[in-house]
Design a protein around this ligand. Structure first.
Ligand code: GLN
Length: 295
């Protein structure tokens, strides 16, 4: 893509013209919201918020600025997610570092935070575990809104745990949120009982993997997405472990794919035969979160 002035033009292009050209370029490469992404990417390169960008639309861009923008647009056009280029993603109104080793937080997962905040609404201290935490977005968002909560985040990936630790520090929660490396609840044995356990485990099946958006399949970690051939492997592992550390009145909230949520419900009943279970729909009407209550 050319961001250079044509030979007949002596002036350099304004920021607005560059935004427009970039949007056209990204749109031509299949980016779904090209104008928005062009603004966010250019803002990232120039270290400007979107508002600051708007206020400078008439300003001509310097060559040094254009050379910062070009490679970033090319990366995005080649399929790299915006969040990997900026290294950040907003989730539940909070800013998180993300990277290649963690799932980019999805808006539909915010439902799980809302349900968690309802489950631990009182002022009493609560113990919470986030299993397979990735960036830590779930446990950190809950801890941010519940000052009485003590939260343990667990991930199998050292690299994910490193990002989660930086996110804990970024939100100033080091005194209440700890990050552990290990398989589901294994590092937490002896640390319970927990009042609430949350998880957004990998749940994509082998055949769905092939149909995933290439931007997801080519850039996000398989470890965070693939739940074995039938998409249930994570739940089979994590539920019996969670049962060992959940307290007597505990609540479990699990993100699921709607096609398998009843199978996950069956696995949860195996782990807690006396529990009541419920299913919650996300904003697009899909059954998304399974709730298990011991009462
Ligand atoms: N919802 C995610 C996706 O469709 C999958 C998340 C997961 O496996 N936990 O990309």
């Amino acid at each position: 893509m050319s961001l250079d002035p044509s030979p007949s033009e002596s002036r350099s292009r304004s920021l607005l013209e560059i935004v427009r050209r970039s949007a056209t370029y990204l749109g031509g490469h299949g980016v779904a919201n090209p104008r928005l992404e062009a603004e966010l990417l250019i803002g990232h390169c120039l270290n400007l918020s979107r508002l600051e960008l708007y206020l400078q639309f008439d300003r001509p861009l310097q060559e040094v600025e254009l050379s910062a923008i070009r490679p970033v647009l090319h990366r995005r056009a080649a399929g790299a997610p915006l969040a990997h280029i900026s290294g950040r993603r907003e989730f539940y109104g909070l800013d998180f570092e993300v990277g290649q080793s963690v799932l980019i937080p999805r808006p539909e997962t915010e439902l799980l935070v809302e349900l968690a905040l309802q489950a631990v609404a009182g002022p009493l201290p609560t113990r919470i575990a986030d299993l397979g935490c990735g960036s830590g977005c779930l446990g950190i968002a809950i801890a941010h809104h519940r000052p009485g909560a003590l939260v343990d985040l667990v991930d199998l990936s050292e690299d994910a745990a490193t990002i989660a630790r930086r996110n804990v520090a970024h939100h100033g929660l080091q005194d209440r949120v700890r990050v552990w490396v290990g398989n589901w609840a294994e590092p937490l044995s002896g640390r319970g009982p927990y009042d609430l356990i949350v998880s957004n485990p990998p749940y994509v099946t082998g055949s769905e993997w092939a149909e995933l958006d290439p931007g997801v399949r080519g850039h996000e970690p398989r470890l965070a997405l693939l739940g074995g051939e039938d998409g249930l492997m994570s739940y089979r592992q994590l539920l019996p472990q969670a049962a060992r550390v959940l307290g007597p009145h505990g609540v479990v909230l699990l993100e699921c794919d709607q096609r398998r949520i009843s199978a996950v419900r069956g696995l949860a009943r195996d782990a807690w035969p006396a529990a009541s279970t419920g299913v919650h729909r996300d904003l697009s009407g899909r059954e998304r979160v399974l709730e298990v209550r011991l009462e």
